[in-house]
Design a protein around this ligand. Structure first.
Ligand code: MIC
Ligand code: SF4
Length: 645
């Protein structure tokens, strides 16, 4: 029987473990990506592990998130990142060069390679045939140093695309359809491998929109074949020599198959406050819109913005609607400027922002009170836009442009014939904002402004622990709930004492104070706890506040790994057990070490209720050692010492 693409790449990169779904597998990582909001920690950790230089084939440190410089903090971080990239041998993509995933797709990604990035949308480059996975910064630091990346071997789901996209329907509608069917928790521990006769028509940017937002399914990653479209894209980037073909073998087997007939898709939109709350645009058409934001790593390619420009040409943004555009990269921005398309966008009354994440991560452009904001982005969790009352809808550029003109949610099919934009045969190549690794690493001094605070370390997991349930939360809690982002909090990403004051502040503004007063405790939650971003601050800052365990119905993949990396016990329990726990209950964990080592359930006593229940840490032997060592950083240092001795 033939192999699917995922198994081909994994078997070529496997260094440990097994390729049986559910078992742990360790793989060699070829390319690493960090961005500024997670990169400061990743490089501090790289340094603390005494890793002297990048040993992966390639590491690129991007600055794209923390772009506002309203104080010294973000600028301090940029300098730190530039100097650490040079010190340790990474490429450095300067602020203004673009959003990490868009730039990586354009300039670095290679089919068949593995990539690990400290950002959940790293799978964007799956659009070119890279097996690209999002992880916490500490995992990426280890991979940059040449260490393997461990994960649970995912199931491989074939997404069979048939038919043909209809006018005004785009890649965004494919992934919104996936979200409608699979939901935000349906993809956990799965990789979605796209194939079938519908694939050939999809351009690389369209595919990248699909793989990018596969993160919202909770998936480990998503991947497309590398074919003629891929070859054309890479040739246009002057990287034709890096192209290799990648296809699933005939008769390859899969754990599951999903079929999408592209001909049947219509323009879709995700309603507040979850990316899987998807309906046809016609169902919500007519709703008044106060804001339209185009951009983000999901939809900010040249073709996306050229499409926007053509739709806006001879039109004007509705007077009650504020429209912003953030080009995905400096390449895209210079090309739309060169081709006069920027003129159409500006003439239509759009506000052109810099090439960065911007409003997607709440760096400005919060909508008005109770406002409706139409975004081409990938997440619409409560509060992420910078306003708790904002109602964010997610859709394609085509839908967003129609809304911008109409001032209400509108179906682009009413605009007549769609613009025909072809993929450019050649793009503007200028890597002047990408600093390559330097030969003189020894002479580089790391620049540490006052915003770069020392790294807190985890304690070994205790054998016995008694603590209060500090907070009880529902299903689908995101890392945006646990550790919010936005213009005010993001500048504290390299300052754990400072940022920890905001843990859970969207849900419960008193959480941090309570946690400190009680000297830590336990959080209890529902299904898919920790979905969304890869930010390890959602584990690191709670660790700093003394959190020792999280007991939930189920976890999202990256957050669970981050909890383990920072020595917080990730425990699951039966639904009925969780439902019976209340905030404020006192819980007692006993024989934690023995249970972990013996792979047994950990017994928990609810002292307040006088009950007892089992919890499952589900740790592998390696993860148990990490917990006993006090987190991945301490564990890696210990391993290094053993290797040297
Ligand atoms: C996001 O989209 O939530 C982010 C900001 O890019 C995060 C990373 C971070 O929190 O720094 C992600 O997706 O991993
Ligand atoms: Fe940036 Fe938004 Fe993409 Fe995250 S999802 S990397 S914040 S553009």
């Amino acid at each position: 029987m033939g192999d699917n693409m995922v198994r081909k790449i994994l078997s070529a990169h496997r260094v440990d473990g097994s390729m049986v779904a559910g078992e742990e597998i360790g793989i060699k990582i070829d390319q690493c990506l960090t961005q500024d909001a997670t990169g400061t920690m990743a490089f501090l950790q790289f340094e603390a592990m005494e890793l002297d230089q990048v040993r992966a084939e390639l590491a690129v440190s991007y600055v794209d998130h923390n772009m506002l410089q309203t104080g010294f903090e973000n600028a301090d971080d940029h300098q730190f990142l530039q100097s650490t990239a040079q010190k340790f041998g990474a490429y450095f993509s300067r602020p203004g060069n673009g959003i990490c995933h868009q730039v990586h797709l354009e300039r670095f990604a290679i089919p068949g390679k593995t990539q690990l990035g400290s950002d959940s949308h790293t799978p964007t480059t799956g659009g070119i045939g890279t097996l690209a996975i999002g992880a916490g910064g500490l995992d990426v630091a280890v991979a940059m140093g040449g260490g393997p990346f461990y994960m649970r071997m995912p199931q491989v789901v074939r997404v069979e695309l048939t038919g043909e996209l209809q006018p005004w329907v785009n890649g965004k509608d494919i992934i919104l359809e996936m979200l409608r069917r699979v939901t935000v928790k349906g993809g956990v521990d799965k990789i979605f491998e796209y194939g079938g006769p519908g694939v050939a028509q999809l351009t690389v940017p369209q595919r990248a929109t699909v793989t990018n937002m596969g993160a919202e399914l909770g998936a480990t990653t998503s991947i497309f074949p590398s074919d003629e479209q891929t070859k054309k894209y890479m040739a246009s980037q002057g990287r034709g020599d890096d192209w290799v073909e990648l296809q699933a073998d005939d008769g390859a087997s899969y754990d599951e198959v999903i079929e999408i007939n592209l001909s049947e898709l219509e323009p879709l939109i995700a309603c507040p406050h979850s990316p899987d709350n998807v309906v046809p645009v016609t169902e919500v058409a007519g709703k008044v819109v106060q804001q339209v934001n185009i951009g983000s790593c999901t939809n900010s390619s040249y073709v996306d913005l050229a499409t926007l420009a053509h739709i806006l040409r001879d039109n004007h943004a509705h007077p009650n609607c504020s429209v912003t555009v953030s080009p995905g990269s400096r390449q895209v921005m210079t090309m739309i400027a060169r081709d006069g398309l920027m003129t159409d966008i500006i003439a239509a009354g759009a506000r052109v922002l810099e090439s960065a994440c911007g409003p997607c991560i709440g760096m400005g452009q919060a909508p008005p009170t109770d406002g409706v904001s139409i975004r081409t982005f990938n997440r619409n969790f409560v509060g992420r836009c910078g306003s708790k009352s904002g109602n964010v809808y997610l859709c394609s550029v085509e839908v967003a442009a129609a809304c911008a003109i109409a001032g209400v949610i509108a179906d682009p099919r009413e605009l007549g014939d769609p613009p025909q934009i072809d993929m450019p045969d050649e793009v503007l190549i200028d890597d002047g904002m990408i600093l390559p690794p330097t030969e003189d690493r020894d002479k580089i001094e790391i620049i540490r402004g006052p915003n770069i605070k020392p790294l807190p370390l985890a304690d070994p997991v205790p054998d016995e622990y008694k603590g209060e349930v500090l907070l009880k939360v529902e299903d689908n809690i995101t890392t945006d709930h646990i550790m919010p982002a936005g213009a005010k909090i993001l500048p504290l990403r390299s300052n754990i004492p400072g940022i920890s004051e905001y843990v859970f502040s969207v849900i419960d503004p008193d959480f941090a104070t309570r946690a400190q007063e009680k000297d830590g405790g336990i959080v209890v939650g529902g299904h898919n706890y920790g979905q969304g971003s890869s930010r390890e601050h959602a584990a690191l800052a709670p660790m700093y506040l003394g959190l020792k365990a999280v007991i939930v119905k189920s976890f999202a993949r990256i957050h669970r790994a981050n909890l383990i990396n920072f020595g917080i016990l990730p425990l699951t329990a039966d639904e009925a057990v969780i439902d019976a726990i209340d905030q404020g209950d006192e819980l007692e964990l006993t024989d934690v070490h023995g249970s972990l080592l013996g792979r047994r359930m950990i017994q928990v006593k609810n002292v307040t209720k006088g009950t007892q229940f089992d919890t499952d840490a589900g740790l592998t032997g390696r993860q148990t050692e990490i917990m006993l060592a006090g987190g991945l950083l301490n564990y890696t240092k210990k391993q290094q010492k053993q290797t040297v001795a």
